[in-house]
Write a protein that binds this ligand. Structure first.
Ligand SMILES: [Ca+2]
Length: 443
């Protein structure tokens, strides 16, 4: 089992078409080997709650893990993590880079072995315009380093060396890349792939927040962490700062460059597997932990309940020759809405592990066989106590703890520009969507 995590990667991936400028040949060839979900969503749009829910199978409303400040074993002392379940089932489980967030990375129950390279403290030859004021928010730049010298490059090198070894027990190899998380500092060649004058901006509409309730506006304008953890505050708010300093195009360029850097590291690991003796009995799953706004809804980063914050890549691929035998179709994009919390039960099925009680997700095994099959299971996304989004194939319904509501029709409004919640025409649709809201919300 090769388990690849990518931090803060939205749908700006070649075959997902979230941004036609994105160059991700390695993510695309992985998708050709298996099934890529074009409507996969995190259970929570922030690193720690997204990852803890994915890795324990317990939804945020059932664990009380909502922000980056909560500790896995404080909230879920008896959790059997996905990695633990593989260990208990006879696998050797090794990890590297960023799989859990922060200190939760060192959960000793989860790993036989865990490798974290030293952080690279290279000075960026920043593209920062010298006339920009000190308060300008420009966390990006080019460095004169090789891929192998970067943190993620070292994570990839570690995975390559693991794949070159022979293993007498089945292995679960977890490889967590920290890019395209900020700062967008990557080797120069990746910036060169995206000349600034060819960069187009994401689609936006003026006054997009006018029909958004108060709590939604707050999410757009603050760097909000439900666990109350202090975060970086950008002078004037991220969007205002970017616009005031003329940096929108530069930011898009830097995020795209950082995605292509991450994609290259993924490619090194895929090549190593392909050329190894494990190629024909290793399943691959690759996931991002949530999406990322670059100005949509006048918002930057994640931590919101809109589609751009919650949608992220999710790809399953079978062994290179016998993928179909393992029940994973080839070269298919599945459009059904699914959750990252579904990964745990899916891997149990794909690897034939003992079933487990208490998992909140749903196995995607039948969708991996037949990506077009009917699938009437809405996805629940949670951000903070009792703030939820419900995503079906067509609708996104958001309900904040204070009663504020949003409803978007993705068939006619994929950018979520028109909040339909106050129109009486949609009363029955909202009533129906509401039945999927969690009944219990743990503190
Ligand atoms: Ca993240």
């Amino acid at each position: 089992m090769l388990f690849i995590a990518v931090d803060d990667l939205r749908d700006w991936v070649g075959h997902l078409d979230g941004n036609q400028q994105a160059k991700t040949p390695n993510l695309d060839r992985l998708a050709q080997r298996g099934v890529s979900f074009s409507h996969a969503h995190c259970a929570a749009p922030l690193c720690n709650p997204s990852r803890i829910s994915l890795l324990t199978g317990v939804a945020p409303a059932n664990s009380g893990v909502y922000g980056n400040g909560e500790n896995l074993r404080d909230k879920l002392p008896d959790a059997i993590t996905l990695m633990q379940h593989f260990r208990n089932s006879g696998y050797v489980v090794r990890g590297s880079g960023k799989i859990f967030h922060g200190w939760n990375a060192y959960d000793k129950e989860s790993w036989d072995d865990y490798f974290v390279p030293a952080q690279v403290r290279a000075k960026s030859g920043s593209q920062r315009d010298r006339i920009l004021p000190k308060t300008a928010w420009t966390p990006w730049g080019e460095v004169d380093l090789s891929d192998e010298e970067m943190f993620d490059g070292k994570v990839a090198s570690w995975a390559v060396s693991e794949l070159e070894k022979s293993h007498d027990k089945p292995f679960f190899l977890a490889c967590g890349f920290t890019k395209p998380h900020l700062p967008w500092i990557v080797p120069r060649k990746y910036f060169r792939m995206y000349p600034l004058d060819g960069i187009s901006l994401p689609p936006t509409v003026d006054g997009d927040l006018a029909d958004v309730p108060a709590f939604g506006k707050r999410l757009a304008r603050e760097v909000f962490d439900p666990s109350g953890e202090k975060n970086f505050a950008t002078p004037g708010g991220d969007h205002f700062n970017i616009i005031a300093n003329g940096q929108w195009r530069n930011a898009v360029q830097a995020y795209l460059a950082t995605i292509s850097f991450a994609d290259s590291q993924i490619g090194r690991v895929l090549d190593a597997l392909e050329n190894s003796r494990h190629a024909d009995n290793t399943i691959i799953v690759l996931w991002g932990d949530h999406g990322w706004h670059l100005g949509e809804k006048e918002h930057w980063r994640k931590h919101a309940l809109w589609n751009v914050s919650t949608q992220t890549p999710l790809i399953f691929a079978g062994p290179s020759k016998s993928g179909a035998k393992r029940g994973i179709a080839k070269d298919q994009v599945c459009e059904r809405p699914v959750s990252l919390i579904d990964i745990y039960p899916t891997l149990i099925d794909l690897c034939g592990l003992p079933q487990r009680d208490g998992l909140n997700g749903r196995s995607l095994q039948s969708l991996l066989k037949n990506p077009e099959q009917q699938w009437d299971h809405p996805v629940v996304i949670t951000f903070g106590l009792n703030n939820h989004a419900i995503q079906t194939q067509r609708w996104r319904y958001i309900r904040y703890a204070d009663g504020g509501e949003e409803l978007y029709d993705h068939d006619n409004d994929p950018n979520e520009w028109m909040n339909l919640a106050s129109s009486s025409n949609y009363k029955m649709i909202i009533l129906n969507l509401k039945t999927h809201l969690p009944v219990r919300n743990m503190r």
